[in-house]
Design a protein around this ligand. Structure first.
Ligand code: CS2
Length: 455
């Protein structure tokens, strides 16, 4: 049976159905960037909130690709969300998305709509551009002119201080004082930390889910059981009655812990894993050398410099390792490796600089950064096209000597611009460990980094 409203009305299979009457739901949220992550994370929280208050349906906009709209339009925007864990798989149908439109004109109209009270974004690290800001400001101009209600603009991307970063970007695009006044009085940009590992959907997922639920869904989403959303308690108007959201005064400590422990380890595995023949996170984390390396790096180089309590962080890290081990998730390292130029600075360089300030040599973080350079060189030599907004520049660098490449990466405004000359030297030395090494020889070399040093 093809998933749609009519099919769902008659459905009595194992997938849970929305716990509210969808006909009562009205749009209150505009979401920019309707990818798998949003559908696994925020839309699931909204789906729960709609049981208590139907005024928070999601009007989604994809800024670039029409593929999600095209897949979900004939399903009345319904989709299946499956959670895969060690205990098996469970699924529910999410009804929170009321429409999907494509392009910036649609986004402006949706944001300007007086019914919109919350704007959320998952546009990825590379999406925070001047064009995005101009688009939002154009919509805010219309809201200011129509004296529209307060609006909360909530970034849900993996950026440190994402709310502040977005506010600065938007304010830089303001063209007149009326809008500035409207923003000062009626718009807030809370920060938030979002977390749910969501691999790209595969054909095998589609087939397995259809067999399990009896519903044919053109684009289901598969995720892990874990979910977390920490939001700065700074909304402009009322907020959806979410369950499970942690409202805090300051998101920064959570954001930093997540970026440096989860995302930092992810990027490290995504760079080194394929060099040892691994394709998925669970495979890479089961490799004793890689596991020791990320474990040592997290415990000795990262955790001591985070501001949350030590024992909380130790438990947090233990849970992360268990999440990485999830054998049912099939999270591809190649997916994580995409856009590393936009990720490396906050995930690996920032913690390295802090460890150095505290007098540590932090060899694990140094090696992870060197592994990015080696990853670029290997992919380019193999004729693969990097999935990265800086692809042309990076492929060109990959053909130069490691010294020259690193010098270019370290130039002002480039991904490794924050590395000091000392650190550049260390990264280069670590790169020599990896350079063109394969198999057992590479494992032997990596062992040096997996053993405790700074302890
Ligand atoms: C991953 C993240 O692809 C990546 O860069 O590190 O998408 C990660 O899975 C999420 O942040 C988990 O919340």
């Amino acid at each position: 049976m093809k998933l749609c409203e009519t099919a769902l009305a008659a459905y009595n299979g194992p997938a849970l159905r929305p716990g509210y009457n969808r006909a009562d739901v009205r749009p209150g949220i505009v979401h920019l960037g309707i990818g798998a992550f949003h559908r696994a994370h925020q839309a699931a929280y909204v789906d729960g909130a709609l049981e208590k208050d139907p005024r928070w349906g999601i009007r989604a906009v994809s800024l670039r690709r029409p593929d999600t709209r095209d897949a979900l339009t004939s399903q009345d925007w319904l989709y299946t969300l499956a959670e895969r864990g060690a205990g098996g798989i469970s699924s529910r149908v999410i009804g929170a998305v009321l429409s999907i439109e494509v392009g910036s004109e649609a986004a402006i109209a949706a944001i300007a709509d007086p019914a919109t009270r919350l704007l959320t974004l998952t546009v990825t690290e590379k999406g925070y551009t001047a064009d995005l800001a101009t688009m939002i400001v154009t919509a805010l101009e219309q809201r200011a002119n129509s004296h529209a209600a307060p609006l909360t603009i909530l970034s849900c991307d993996n950026l440190s201080a994402n709310g502040q970063a977005l506010e600065a970007l938007v304010r830089a695009a303001i063209r007149d004082r009326q809008v500035e006044h409207y923003i000062d009085h009626a718009v807030r940009f809370p920060s938030s930390m979002v977390d749910r590992i969501t691999p790209a959907t595969t054909e095998a997922d589609r087939a397995e889910l259809a067999a399990l639920t009896g519903l044919h869904d053109a684009w289901p989403v598969v995720t892990e059981p874990f979910t977390q959303w920490v939001v700065e308690d700074k909304f402009a108007g009322d907020r959806p009655p979410f369950s499970g959201v942690e409202w805090v005064a300051d998101v920064a400590p959570y954001e930093e812990a997540k970026l440096r422990l989860l995302n930092g380890a992810h990027t490290t595995l995504a760079m080194l894993g394929p060099m040892l023949g691994h394709r998925f996170v669970d495979e890479a984390v089961a490799d004793p050398v890689l596991r020791r390396l990320i474990d040592r790096t997290a415990r000795e180089e990262v955790i001591p410099h985070l501001s949350l309590g030590r024992s909380f962080l130790e438990t947090y890290w233990k849970t992360l390792l268990e999440r990485f081990e999830n054998p049912a998730l099939h999270h591809a390292l190649a997916q994580i490796a995409s856009d590393t130029s936009q990720k490396v600075s906050q995930r690996l360089v920032a913690p390295l600089i802090e460890a150095r300030r505290a007098g540590q040599s932090a060899p694990g973080l140094v090696l992870a950064i060197a592994a990015w350079l080696e990853h670029i060189r290997r992919e380019t030599r193999a004729g693969c096209v990097l999935r990265d907004p800086m692809v042309d520049w990076l492929s060109d660098l990959a053909r130069r000597s490691p010294e020259a490449a690193l010098r270019a990466l370290n130039a002002p405004k480039k991904p490794l611009s924050d590395l000091t000359p000392d650190l550049v030297k260390d990264v280069l030395a670590a790169h020599r460990i990896l350079d063109r090494q394969e198999g057992a020889a590479l494992v032997e070399r990596l062992k040096l980094y997996a053993e405790p040093r700074d302890a």
